[in-house]
Design a protein around this ligand. Structure first.
Ligand SMILES: Nc1nc2c(ncn2[C@@H]2O[C@H](COP(=O)(O)OP(=O)(O)OP(=O)(O)O)[C@@H](O)[C@H]2O)c(=O)[nH]1
Ligand SMILES: [Mg+2]
Length: 326
Protein backbone atom coordinates (compact mmCIF):
# COMPACT_ATOMS: atom_id res chain seq x y z
CA UNK A 1 0.00 0.00 0.00
CA UNK A 2 2.74 2.42 1.05
CA UNK A 3 4.60 1.87 -2.16
CA UNK A 4 1.82 3.51 -4.08
CA UNK A 5 2.37 6.94 -2.56
CA UNK A 6 4.96 8.73 -4.71
CA UNK A 7 8.13 9.75 -2.89
CA UNK A 8 7.52 13.42 -3.71
CA UNK A 9 4.13 13.29 -1.94
CA UNK A 10 5.61 11.49 1.04
CA UNK A 11 8.31 14.14 1.25
CA UNK A 12 5.82 16.98 1.28
CA UNK A 13 3.72 15.21 3.93
CA UNK A 14 6.88 14.61 5.94
CA UNK A 15 7.85 18.26 5.55
CA UNK A 16 4.47 19.18 7.04
CA UNK A 17 5.46 17.14 10.08
CA UNK A 18 3.55 13.92 9.42
CA UNK A 19 5.61 11.34 11.25
CA UNK A 20 3.96 8.49 9.42
CA UNK A 21 5.29 9.80 6.14
CA UNK A 22 8.78 10.04 7.63
CA UNK A 23 8.44 6.47 8.86
CA UNK A 24 7.41 5.21 5.41
CA UNK A 25 10.33 7.02 3.78
CA UNK A 26 12.75 5.43 6.23
CA UNK A 27 11.21 2.03 5.52
CA UNK A 28 11.87 2.62 1.83
CA UNK A 29 15.49 3.40 2.66
CA UNK A 30 15.82 0.24 4.76
CA UNK A 31 14.08 -1.81 2.11
CA UNK A 32 16.66 -1.11 -0.56
CA UNK A 33 14.81 1.78 -2.23
CA UNK A 34 17.09 4.43 -0.81
CA UNK A 35 17.94 5.94 -4.14
CA UNK A 36 14.35 6.86 -4.95
CA UNK A 37 14.27 8.88 -1.73
CA UNK A 38 17.78 10.27 -1.60
CA UNK A 39 17.85 11.53 -5.17
CA UNK A 40 14.93 13.79 -4.24
CA UNK A 41 16.93 15.43 -1.46
CA UNK A 42 19.51 17.20 -3.57
CA UNK A 43 19.56 20.97 -3.53
CA UNK A 44 19.56 21.51 0.22
CA UNK A 45 22.81 21.27 2.15
CA UNK A 46 22.60 18.62 4.89
CA UNK A 47 23.01 20.80 7.94
CA UNK A 48 21.86 18.59 10.80
CA UNK A 49 24.49 17.87 13.39
CA UNK A 50 24.95 14.13 13.72
CA UNK A 51 25.67 12.87 17.22
CA UNK A 52 26.76 9.25 17.54
CA UNK A 53 26.03 7.47 20.82
CA UNK A 54 27.78 4.15 21.06
CA UNK A 55 28.51 1.75 23.90
CA UNK A 56 27.85 -1.72 25.24
CA UNK A 57 24.35 -3.24 25.35
CA UNK A 58 22.30 -1.94 28.24
CA UNK A 59 24.61 1.01 28.94
CA UNK A 60 21.61 3.31 28.92
CA UNK A 61 22.19 4.73 25.44
CA UNK A 62 18.50 4.96 24.55
CA UNK A 63 17.56 6.50 27.87
CA UNK A 64 20.41 8.94 27.51
CA UNK A 65 19.44 9.68 23.89
CA UNK A 66 15.94 10.54 25.12
CA UNK A 67 17.33 12.84 27.79
CA UNK A 68 19.73 14.49 25.40
CA UNK A 69 16.95 14.97 22.87
CA UNK A 70 14.83 16.55 25.57
CA UNK A 71 17.65 18.88 26.54
CA UNK A 72 18.19 19.89 22.90
CA UNK A 73 14.46 20.42 22.37
CA UNK A 74 14.47 22.76 25.35
CA UNK A 75 16.82 25.11 23.49
CA UNK A 76 14.70 25.07 20.35
CA UNK A 77 16.38 22.30 18.37
CA UNK A 78 14.49 19.90 16.15
CA UNK A 79 15.70 16.45 17.10
CA UNK A 80 15.61 12.99 15.59
CA UNK A 81 16.81 9.83 17.32
CA UNK A 82 17.74 6.81 15.24
CA UNK A 83 18.58 3.55 17.02
CA UNK A 84 20.52 1.24 14.73
CA UNK A 85 20.10 -2.50 15.23
CA UNK A 86 18.96 -2.02 18.82
CA UNK A 87 18.43 -4.89 21.19
CA UNK A 88 15.50 -2.97 22.67
CA UNK A 89 13.76 -0.90 20.01
CA UNK A 90 11.72 2.25 20.34
CA UNK A 91 8.07 2.19 19.63
CA UNK A 92 5.90 5.24 19.23
CA UNK A 93 8.53 7.48 20.78
CA UNK A 94 8.80 5.32 23.88
CA UNK A 95 11.48 2.94 24.93
CA UNK A 96 9.99 -0.53 24.73
CA UNK A 97 10.14 -2.63 27.83
CA UNK A 98 11.32 0.20 30.02
CA UNK A 99 9.47 2.15 32.62
CA UNK A 100 11.41 5.38 32.28
CA UNK A 101 9.09 8.04 30.99
CA UNK A 102 10.43 10.97 29.07
CA UNK A 103 9.11 14.42 29.79
CA UNK A 104 9.16 16.29 26.53
CA UNK A 105 9.23 20.07 26.94
CA UNK A 106 6.15 22.02 25.78
CA UNK A 107 4.73 19.18 23.73
CA UNK A 108 7.81 19.12 21.53
CA UNK A 109 8.90 15.53 20.99
CA UNK A 110 11.83 14.11 19.12
CA UNK A 111 11.22 11.88 16.17
CA UNK A 112 12.36 8.41 17.27
CA UNK A 113 12.95 5.45 15.08
CA UNK A 114 14.62 2.05 15.31
CA UNK A 115 16.31 0.74 12.20
CA UNK A 116 17.48 -2.69 11.21
CA UNK A 117 20.53 -2.46 9.02
CA UNK A 118 22.14 -5.82 9.63
CA UNK A 119 22.43 -7.60 6.36
CA UNK A 120 21.34 -4.65 4.26
CA UNK A 121 23.68 -3.50 1.52
CA UNK A 122 25.97 -0.78 2.71
CA UNK A 123 25.09 -1.70 6.32
CA UNK A 124 25.19 0.96 8.95
CA UNK A 125 26.83 3.56 6.81
CA UNK A 126 24.40 3.26 3.93
CA UNK A 127 20.95 3.12 5.48
CA UNK A 128 21.80 5.32 8.44
CA UNK A 129 23.48 8.04 6.46
CA UNK A 130 20.56 8.10 4.04
CA UNK A 131 18.16 8.44 6.97
CA UNK A 132 20.27 11.23 8.40
CA UNK A 133 20.18 12.96 5.00
CA UNK A 134 16.40 12.66 4.95
CA UNK A 135 15.97 14.09 8.46
CA UNK A 136 18.41 16.86 7.68
CA UNK A 137 16.45 17.76 4.54
CA UNK A 138 13.31 17.88 6.68
CA UNK A 139 14.87 20.55 8.86
CA UNK A 140 16.03 18.49 11.81
CA UNK A 141 18.90 20.34 13.45
CA UNK A 142 20.23 17.36 15.42
CA UNK A 143 20.16 13.65 14.69
CA UNK A 144 21.26 11.30 17.47
CA UNK A 145 22.37 7.92 16.14
CA UNK A 146 22.49 5.12 18.72
CA UNK A 147 24.54 2.03 17.92
CA UNK A 148 25.50 -0.92 20.05
CA UNK A 149 29.24 -0.92 20.42
CA UNK A 150 29.78 -4.58 19.78
CA UNK A 151 31.44 -5.51 16.55
CA UNK A 152 32.24 -3.28 13.61
CA UNK A 153 29.36 -0.90 14.19
CA UNK A 154 31.04 0.87 17.06
CA UNK A 155 33.75 1.94 14.68
CA UNK A 156 31.43 2.55 11.74
CA UNK A 157 29.68 5.25 13.75
CA UNK A 158 32.83 7.31 13.45
CA UNK A 159 32.22 7.44 9.72
CA UNK A 160 28.74 8.89 10.22
CA UNK A 161 28.77 11.21 13.21
CA UNK A 162 30.13 14.73 13.55
CA UNK A 163 30.55 14.07 17.24
CA UNK A 164 31.05 10.58 18.64
CA UNK A 165 29.98 10.00 22.24
CA UNK A 166 31.26 6.73 23.69
CA UNK A 167 29.08 5.59 26.59
CA UNK A 168 30.60 3.39 29.28
CA UNK A 169 29.04 2.00 32.42
CA UNK A 170 30.59 1.02 35.71
CA UNK A 171 30.34 -2.50 36.99
CA UNK A 172 30.65 -4.44 33.76
CA UNK A 173 33.69 -6.14 35.14
CA UNK A 174 35.95 -4.90 32.33
CA UNK A 175 38.63 -2.57 33.36
CA UNK A 176 39.35 0.27 30.96
CA UNK A 177 42.57 -1.41 29.87
CA UNK A 178 40.81 -4.49 28.59
CA UNK A 179 38.43 -2.53 26.39
CA UNK A 180 39.08 -2.38 22.70
CA UNK A 181 41.49 0.37 21.82
CA UNK A 182 39.37 1.33 18.82
CA UNK A 183 36.76 2.85 21.08
CA UNK A 184 39.21 5.40 22.41
CA UNK A 185 40.29 6.48 19.00
CA UNK A 186 36.78 7.32 17.88
CA UNK A 187 35.58 9.09 21.05
CA UNK A 188 35.14 12.85 20.86
CA UNK A 189 33.46 12.65 24.24
CA UNK A 190 33.35 9.97 26.91
CA UNK A 191 30.29 9.53 29.04
CA UNK A 192 30.16 7.34 32.10
CA UNK A 193 26.45 6.69 32.46
CA UNK A 194 24.74 5.24 35.54
CA UNK A 195 26.65 7.68 37.68
CA UNK A 196 24.37 6.61 40.52
CA UNK A 197 26.48 3.47 40.77
CA UNK A 198 29.33 3.57 43.25
CA UNK A 199 32.12 2.63 40.79
CA UNK A 200 31.26 5.45 38.36
CA UNK A 201 33.83 7.92 39.67
CA UNK A 202 36.56 5.30 39.51
CA UNK A 203 35.73 4.44 35.88
CA UNK A 204 35.70 8.13 34.94
CA UNK A 205 39.11 8.56 36.55
CA UNK A 206 40.49 5.59 34.63
CA UNK A 207 39.12 6.99 31.38
CA UNK A 208 40.65 10.40 32.06
CA UNK A 209 43.92 8.67 32.64
CA UNK A 210 43.98 6.87 29.28
CA UNK A 211 42.30 9.51 27.11
CA UNK A 212 44.54 11.52 24.85
CA UNK A 213 43.78 14.77 23.01
CA UNK A 214 42.53 14.39 19.45
CA UNK A 215 43.48 17.15 17.03
CA UNK A 216 43.88 19.80 19.75
CA UNK A 217 40.67 18.63 21.39
CA UNK A 218 40.83 17.45 24.99
CA UNK A 219 38.34 14.61 25.05
CA UNK A 220 36.07 15.34 28.01
CA UNK A 221 34.98 12.55 30.35
CA UNK A 222 31.51 13.28 31.69
CA UNK A 223 29.27 11.56 34.20
CA UNK A 224 25.55 11.17 33.55
CA UNK A 225 22.56 9.60 35.20
CA UNK A 226 20.10 9.03 32.41
CA UNK A 227 17.37 8.08 34.88
CA UNK A 228 17.16 11.50 36.49
CA UNK A 229 18.91 13.48 33.75
CA UNK A 230 21.80 14.74 35.79
CA UNK A 231 24.85 15.61 33.72
CA UNK A 232 22.83 15.73 30.52
CA UNK A 233 22.93 19.51 30.07
CA UNK A 234 26.68 19.40 30.45
CA UNK A 235 26.75 16.68 27.79
CA UNK A 236 24.65 18.80 25.45
CA UNK A 237 26.91 21.80 26.01
CA UNK A 238 30.06 19.77 25.39
CA UNK A 239 28.59 18.41 22.15
CA UNK A 240 27.92 21.98 21.01
CA UNK A 241 31.41 22.96 22.10
CA UNK A 242 32.85 20.11 20.06
CA UNK A 243 31.00 21.28 16.98
CA UNK A 244 32.27 24.80 17.52
CA UNK A 245 35.78 23.42 17.91
CA UNK A 246 35.56 21.52 14.61
CA UNK A 247 34.22 24.60 12.83
CA UNK A 248 36.86 26.86 14.31
CA UNK A 249 39.68 24.50 13.48
CA UNK A 250 38.34 24.14 9.94
CA UNK A 251 37.82 20.42 10.49
CA UNK A 252 34.06 20.22 10.17
CA UNK A 253 34.05 20.29 6.38
CA UNK A 254 37.06 17.99 6.28
CA UNK A 255 35.30 15.35 8.33
CA UNK A 256 32.22 15.57 6.18
CA UNK A 257 34.26 15.33 3.01
CA UNK A 258 35.98 12.28 4.39
CA UNK A 259 32.55 10.83 5.11
CA UNK A 260 31.31 11.58 1.61
CA UNK A 261 34.40 9.90 0.17
CA UNK A 262 33.89 6.72 2.23
CA UNK A 263 30.25 6.81 1.28
CA UNK A 264 31.13 6.96 -2.40
CA UNK A 265 33.51 4.05 -2.05
CA UNK A 266 30.90 2.02 -0.14
CA UNK A 267 28.26 2.81 -2.76
CA UNK A 268 30.65 1.83 -5.54
CA UNK A 269 31.46 -1.44 -3.77
CA UNK A 270 27.76 -2.18 -3.24
CA UNK A 271 27.01 -1.49 -6.88
CA UNK A 272 29.92 -3.63 -8.05
CA UNK A 273 28.79 -6.41 -5.74
CA UNK A 274 25.25 -6.48 -7.06
CA UNK A 275 26.49 -6.31 -10.64
CA UNK A 276 28.85 -9.21 -9.97
CA UNK A 277 26.06 -11.24 -8.33
CA UNK A 278 23.81 -10.59 -11.28
CA UNK A 279 26.60 -11.56 -13.64
CA UNK A 280 27.29 -14.74 -11.66
CA UNK A 281 23.68 -15.79 -11.78
CA UNK A 282 23.33 -15.22 -15.51
CA UNK A 283 26.69 -16.57 -16.60
CA UNK A 284 26.68 -20.09 -17.96
CA UNK A 285 29.22 -22.67 -16.91
CA UNK A 286 29.51 -21.26 -13.43
CA UNK A 287 29.28 -24.63 -11.75
CA UNK A 288 32.08 -25.96 -13.95
CA UNK A 289 34.20 -22.97 -13.00
CA UNK A 290 33.41 -23.51 -9.31
CA UNK A 291 34.25 -27.18 -9.68
CA UNK A 292 37.65 -26.29 -11.09
CA UNK A 293 38.27 -24.06 -8.08
CA UNK A 294 37.35 -26.96 -5.80
CA UNK A 295 39.61 -29.32 -7.73
CA UNK A 296 42.44 -26.85 -7.60
CA UNK A 297 42.83 -26.42 -11.36
CA UNK A 298 41.81 -22.75 -11.15
CA UNK A 299 42.56 -20.18 -8.49
CA UNK A 300 39.59 -18.11 -7.38
CA UNK A 301 41.13 -15.09 -9.11
CA UNK A 302 41.53 -16.94 -12.39
CA UNK A 303 37.93 -18.09 -12.01
CA UNK A 304 36.86 -14.48 -11.59
CA UNK A 305 38.74 -13.51 -14.75
CA UNK A 306 36.83 -16.20 -16.56
CA UNK A 307 33.48 -15.03 -15.23
CA UNK A 308 34.19 -11.42 -16.13
CA UNK A 309 35.73 -12.30 -19.49
CA UNK A 310 32.37 -13.87 -20.27
CA UNK A 311 30.99 -10.32 -20.27
CA UNK A 312 32.30 -9.74 -23.74
CA UNK A 313 32.50 -13.17 -25.23
CA UNK A 314 31.04 -16.40 -23.90
CA UNK A 315 32.82 -18.49 -26.54
CA UNK A 316 36.17 -17.25 -25.28
CA UNK A 317 35.31 -18.51 -21.82
CA UNK A 318 34.16 -21.84 -23.18
CA UNK A 319 37.42 -22.20 -25.07
CA UNK A 320 39.37 -21.43 -21.88
CA UNK A 321 37.37 -24.00 -19.99
CA UNK A 322 37.98 -26.60 -22.66
CA UNK A 323 41.68 -26.16 -22.85
CA UNK A 324 42.36 -24.96 -19.32
CA UNK A 325 44.32 -21.88 -18.42
CA UNK A 326 47.85 -21.39 -19.64
N1 LIG B 1 20.78 3.00 37.50
C1 LIG B 1 20.72 3.49 36.26
N2 LIG B 1 20.03 2.81 35.31
C2 LIG B 1 19.99 3.33 34.09
C3 LIG B 1 20.60 4.57 33.74
N3 LIG B 1 20.39 4.82 32.43
C4 LIG B 1 19.68 3.78 31.96
N4 LIG B 1 19.42 2.89 32.95
C5 LIG B 1 18.67 1.62 32.84
O1 LIG B 1 19.46 0.69 32.11
C6 LIG B 1 18.63 -0.15 31.31
C7 LIG B 1 19.06 -0.11 29.88
O2 LIG B 1 18.78 1.18 29.34
P1 LIG B 1 18.69 1.46 27.79
O3 LIG B 1 18.58 2.93 27.63
O4 LIG B 1 17.68 0.60 27.15
O5 LIG B 1 20.14 0.98 27.37
P2 LIG B 1 20.72 0.82 25.90
O6 LIG B 1 22.19 1.05 26.02
O7 LIG B 1 19.98 1.66 24.96
O8 LIG B 1 20.42 -0.70 25.66
P3 LIG B 1 20.42 -1.48 24.26
O9 LIG B 1 19.87 -0.58 23.22
O10 LIG B 1 19.56 -2.66 24.54
O11 LIG B 1 21.87 -1.83 24.02
C8 LIG B 1 17.21 0.34 31.53
O12 LIG B 1 16.58 -0.45 32.48
C9 LIG B 1 17.41 1.76 32.04
O13 LIG B 1 16.34 2.17 32.84
C10 LIG B 1 21.29 5.28 34.78
O14 LIG B 1 21.87 6.36 34.60
N5 LIG B 1 21.32 4.69 36.01
MG1 LIG C 1 19.00 1.16 23.16
Amino acid sequence: MNREIPVADLLSQAAEGQERAIAILISEIEGGKARAVVDCLVGRPPNAQVIGLTGPPGAGKSTLAGRLASSLLAIGSKVGVVAVDPSSPFSGGALLGDRVRMDWPDQARPFMRSMATRGSTGGLAGATEDTVALLSWLGFTHVIVETVGAGQNDLAIAGIADTVVVVSVPGLGDSVQTEKAGMYEIADLHVVNKSDRPEAGQLAAELRHVTEPRDDWEVPVLLTNALDGSGVEELRDQIERHRAHLLEAGRFEGRRQERARSRLIAAAAARAESATRARLSEVGGLSEIAEQVVEGTLSVYQALDLVLAGDSDDSERDAWLDRGLP
